[in-house]
Ligand binder design. Structure first.
Ligand code: NAP
Length: 314
C-alpha cells in the first residue's frame, strides 16, 4: 500500500507526477480548510513535503500528526522546521543542499553587479526615454573593493569564488575560522566597517535573527552596499529602511524579505535598492533536481535505506 505524504506546497509538475506515482499525496494548498483537512487525515500521514517558502513544520504540527516519520524539505535552509522538536520525536528531516549553490551564488552576484553598476536602473532609464535627456549617474567599480561575506558556507564560498573573478578582496565572518586564504573576522561590526559590500549568505533561524541592525549598517557606512540572499530574518528590516532613508548606507540588493511575499511599501519607491522575489534557486534545472532529491529522500526512508541528505541539530 502506498504511504501518504502531506505536501504543503507543490514542486515542479514532472516531480509532482513522480511523487504521485510513488505515494498517496495530499495537496494541502488545494484545500480550503487546511487545518480541518490535516485533522481528518492525521493518522494516515507518514511524511511531509515542506518547502523553503511554506509555513514549514513546527512542534504543534508534529504533535498533530501521530504517525509522522519524515519531513523532506525542498530547499537547503530549514529555518521553518523545528529540528529540535523533530529529533526529540524521532522524526527524520532532510533538505536539498549543494545542487542550488551555484544558482544562488549567481543571484548574489547579479544583485551586486546591478546595485553597483545600476543595471536595473539603467534598463528603466532607457525604456522611459530618459537617455535622450542626459546620462545615467555613474556607478561604483567592483575591482579592488572589499566584499565581506557573512557565512562562508557552501553558497558563501561560491560567492567568494565569483568575487575573486571580479578582482575583489574577500573577507568573511562566521562562528569559526575556516582553512581558507581569506581574512576572517570574529566581529561582524568590524567586518562591516572594513567592507564596501556586505553579503549575507548565512543560515536563517533564531541564532542569526536581526544580526544586521542599524549599528552594523552604520558601520558599513554611506558608501557601503548590503546584499541579502540568506533569509529576510537575518536583517532588522525597519533598521534597514531607516539606513536607506537616511543614506546611512548607499543601497541594498535583496532577494529575501522578512514577510515574503510582502516588501515594505517605502522600499518600492527607492532607486537605491534592487528587489528580487526570492529566486536564488529558481532555475528549471535546479528546481527539478531539488524535487528529485526530495522524492529520493522519501524513497530511501520508506525503503529503510540511509537518507541522502539528512539534517541534524548542529
Ligand atoms: P551552509 O553551507 O550550511 O552554510 C551556512 C553558513 O551559515 C555557514 O557558513 C555558517 O557559518 C553560517 N552560520 C550559521 N549560523 C551562523 C551564525 N549564528 N552566525 C554567522 N554565521 C552563521 O548552507 P548554504 O548551502 O551555504 O546555504 C546558506 C543559506 O542560504 C541557507 O541556510 C538559506 O537560508 C540561504 N539560501 C537562500 C536561497 C535563496 O533563494 N535566496 C537559496 C538557497 C539558500 P559558520 O558555521 O562558520 O558559523
Amino acid at each position: 500500500m502506498k504511504k501518504t505524504i502531506l505536501a504543503l506546497r507543490p514542486v515542479l509538475p514532472d516531480e509532482m507526477a513522480e511523487l504521485d506515482s510513488h505515494f498517496n499525496v495530499l495537496k494541502l494548498w488545494e484545500e480550503k480548510e487546511p487545518e480541518e483537512f490535516i485533522k481528518a487525515h492525521k493518522n494516515e500521514i507518514q511524511g511531509v513535503l515542506s518547502t523553503y517558502n511554506s509555513a514549514g513544520v513546527r512542534a504543534a504540527m508534529m504533535d498533530a500528526l501521530p504517525n509522522l516519520e519524515i519531513i523532506s524539505q525542498f530547499g537547503v535552509g530549514y529555518d521553518n522546521i523545528d529540528i529540535e522538536a523533530a529529533e526529540s520525536r524521532k522524526i527524520a528531516v532532510t533538505n536539498t543542499p549543494d545542487i542550488l549553490t551555484n544558482d544562488t551564488a549567481d543571484v548574489a552576484l547579479m544583485l551586486l553587479l546591478n546595485i553597483a553598476r545600476r543595471g536595473v536602473e539603467g534598463d528603466v532609464f532607457v525604456r522611459v526615454g530618459r537617455w535622450q535627456k542626459g546620462p545615467l549617474p555613474l556607478g561604483v567599480c567592483l575591482a579592488d573593493k572589499t566584499v565581506g561575506i557573512v557565512g562562508l558556507g557552501k553558497i558563501g564560498s561560491a560567492i567568494a569564488k565569483r568575487c575573486c573573478a571580479f578582482d575583489m578582496n574577500v573577507v568573511y565572518y562566521g562562528r569559526s575560522e575556516k582553512n581558507v586564504s581569506f581574512t576572517y573576522y570574529n566581529d561582524l561590526k568590524s567586518m562591516a566597517h572594513d567592507s564596501d559590500f556586505l553579503v549575507l549568505a548565512c543560515a536563517g533561524g533564531p541564532e542569526t535573527e536581526n544580526i544586521i541592525n542599524l549599528d552594523i549598517l552604520e558601520a558599513l557606512g554611506p558608501k557601503g552596499f548590503l546584499i541579502n540572499i540568506a533569509r529576510g530574518s537575518v536583517v532588522h528590516e525597519e533598521d534597514l529602511l531607516i539606513a536607506l532613508q537616511n543614506r546611512a548606507i548607499a543601497g541594498a540588493g535583496l532577494d529575501v524579505f522578512a514577510n515574503e511575499p510582502n516588501v515594505p511599501e517605502e522600499m518600492l519607491k527607492m532607486d537605491q535598492v534592487v528587489l528580487l522575489p526570492h529566486i536564488g534557486s529558481a532555475t528549471a534545472e535546479t528546481r527539478s533536481k531539488m524535487g528529485k532529491l526530495v522524492i529520493d529522500n522519501f524513497l530511501a526512508h520508506f525503503e529503510g535505506k540511509p537518507l541522502l541528505t539528512p539534517v541534524y541539530l548542529s
